[in-house]
Design a protein around this ligand. Sequence first.
Ligand SMILES: Cc1ncc(C[n+]2csc(CCOP(=O)(O)OP(=O)(O)O)c2C)c(N)n1
Ligand SMILES: [Mg+2]
Length: 856
Amino acid sequence: MAGAQLLGTLTRRARQAGVDLPIQLNTPYVNTIRVEEEEPYPGDRLIERRIKGLVRWNAMAMVHRQNKKDPGIGGHISTYSSLASLIEVGFNHFFRARYGDEPGDFLYLQGHASPGIYARAFLAGMFTEEQINNFRHELRDKPGLSSYPHPWLMPYFWRFPTVSMGLGPINAIYQARFMRYLENRGLIAKTGRKIWAFVGDGETDEPEAMGSLTLASREKLDNLVFVVNCNLQRLDGPVRGNGKIIQELEAAFRGAGWNVIKVIWGADWDELLARDTTGLLLKRMEECVDGDYQSLKVKGGAYIRSYFFGKYPQLLELVADKTDEELSRLRLGGHDPQKVYNAYKCAGEHRGAPTVILAKTIKGYGLGSAEARNATHQEKKLNDENLANFRARFDIPIPEQAAHDGAPYRPPEDSLEILYLKERRKELGGYILQRQVPKFDIKVPELDYYAESLAGSKGRAVSTTMGYVSMLRHLLKHPEIGKLIVPIVPDEGRTFGMESLIRQVGIYASQGQLYEPHDQDMLLYYREAKDGQILEEGITEAGSMGSFTAAGTAYANYRVPMIPFFTFYSMFGFQRVGDLIWAFADSRGRGFLVGGTAGRTTLAGEGLQHLDGHSHVLASVVPTCATYDCAYVYEIAVIVQDGIRRMYQDGEDRFYYITVYNEDYPMPEMPKDSAEGILRGLYKFKPAAGGKPVLQLFGSGPILNEALRAQQILAEKYKVQADLWSVTSYNQLRREALATERWNRLHPAEKEKRPYILQALDGAEGPIVAATDYMKIVPDQLAPWLTGRLVTLGTDGFGRSDNRQHLRRHFEVNAESIAAAALSRLARDGKFDARKAQKAMQDLGVDTEKIDPARA
Ligand SMILES: Cc1ncc(C[n+]2csc(CCOP(=O)(O)OP(=O)(O)O)c2C)c(N)n1
Ligand SMILES: [Mg+2]
């Protein structure tokens, strides 16, 4: 220690004096935990090896057999085979199923390793042989097992969808932070619970995987352990053929403030390292790049001797007493339970920082000629020779023919293996891979709680964003659900006028507020607190989605029904973090995504990369996401009230995307009996005033006001009467219509049902002109049911930074363009004089020869 201090001081002084010393983030290419520091293995190594062999067998066999039966069904065998020891040591000695009354550790597992996870669950008695035989046959044979971790498909088993690479690591980091958030806010008990995230070394190429590392160290997340399975390969070939992935990751994680434990060499190497007095062995280890290490494995013992040890005569001497066979079997750290155990133990005991374990393994370990080959990731079947070798190597006591067929094998209930496996799990609180959703006795606020939002703004010009924020402020005060609300914002609080929220509930800061904010004497000062409620994430939509996911699934994972509201720039939501949103849906996540400063013409003064005219297209593809484009604050209130009821009282697995805007205008009071229409997607907002309507106008968001003005222009200038409708969700209307149509298709002998959109439009005559601040495809979703009637005006094309008036004229969604489109359509239908319609274009200032905005 004194030596280290001396060196540290020297370095500092030298740097101060201007000496350009390199920053050293790497340690030598050996295990971080020295042999002398290791603790003996607490388990029965022999029996654990037998269990691991059985898991290996069943994992390989289920994929092999299924692909023989059903070529092309897919599956992976080489990922789990490299991971087996890392997983088994965890299940036998670390992964806890519960902490007192609290749920246990969370496991984020490499998605492609699922066969191994299923195989273990089979041995533990969680799955039947039938389930194993039905791997990937979810739609054929019951009960089937899904390809990868999908809570949507196996809600009783999987918690975290991880197979889209990079999402597991970032979600695990934010999960660990959210666990602390719940603890610090007193919503769950503080426990020793850990989050174990298993990550592929290739996976670390994903920006999401490495992008939030400093959050974990900044927040001192010692409840988080990453295990990077460094098999040196990804799908196509080596991860870093010309370098060393372990050293690269060590530097990155150490630089980010993590506790790094390298598990490179197995016990076989300890003796060699101890005997090597020349330092040449370490030198050789460091010289070789990962591409070399892969070749060493593939080419075997003689090659290891000549290429690796043969470089220096002293090293050849060192292994003179070993046969080639022994050299080929020198074990790596990630396959040595003793090394893995010690690494996990240190990780568990480390305080004040997250830990990453970099474990060196072999891809396709035990798969014979498929081991460590570039093509091993795609391997789905073994040839007969490899199957026979596998059976012999791992001692699988099944007859040759059964082995040949890839039959699953589970020893009898009273066998030593099963008794041991169950005993270990009992010790750790039970079987861990289970997802359970408790029943919540929760009474959500009725609509009258939202009275202020429903009452309108009494003539005051406000925006839907302001209305939404004051509704959120009010919800935060609710005696029962107020504490469950989690406002999440990526450095846009002021953009959305949330300063008052910051004052009211504070920003979550695990260390409290260590400084005096300069604006402390102001009413709305920047308040950070250990029990703060807002998650102000900084500029990371991906990280915010991590928090949104942790909060939106807390009902299952922590048994606390948290209600997240993630408010963001609508342009940077679905477009930027769509895959995380898709995973949120798979996770059965609940909550509200709120896209602010929405609309391609409503957000003025920003330009092409800000002006969103398509998030409603992207949102519409997520099956469990209900999308709403709101014009008035009461619409938002009705949707949020009903949403909270459906998700948290009735337990529906759905979530919401709502767009809010920053245009100020008076908010009307909620029209009587409009709630059902608001929720289903459309309601009549203002009927024609002066006689029988010949036309229907649809408007959404602030463009409803343009449609309202068009209604007036048409009536006053052209004596054309139109009804005006607010369409809150084309997507909901379409989904309902599709479902009704499907029922009709499947029941040709029954009385035909009519989609809601047609019922609602009963008696509404004439063409329909739909105008939106989103792309034309949004209203066009209803085209199949409005055949020949629908004229759509939308904002296809790149945005500009000009003001609203010019933007709306450019995109042809202003009142004048709507009125002109209506007259044009009526003229085509022979209901209005065509020459007058042409003239109206001029009168209304519609430039008929300008460039199409879709291509401008
Ligand atoms: C975002 C994403 N891109 C691509 C893939 C396809 N894919 C599946 S596994 C894999 C290679 C994984 O390599 P690594 O992370 O090293 O895991 P290993 O199987 O080697 O343990 C790839 C590219 C994916 N699942 N997700
Ligand atoms: Mg890999």
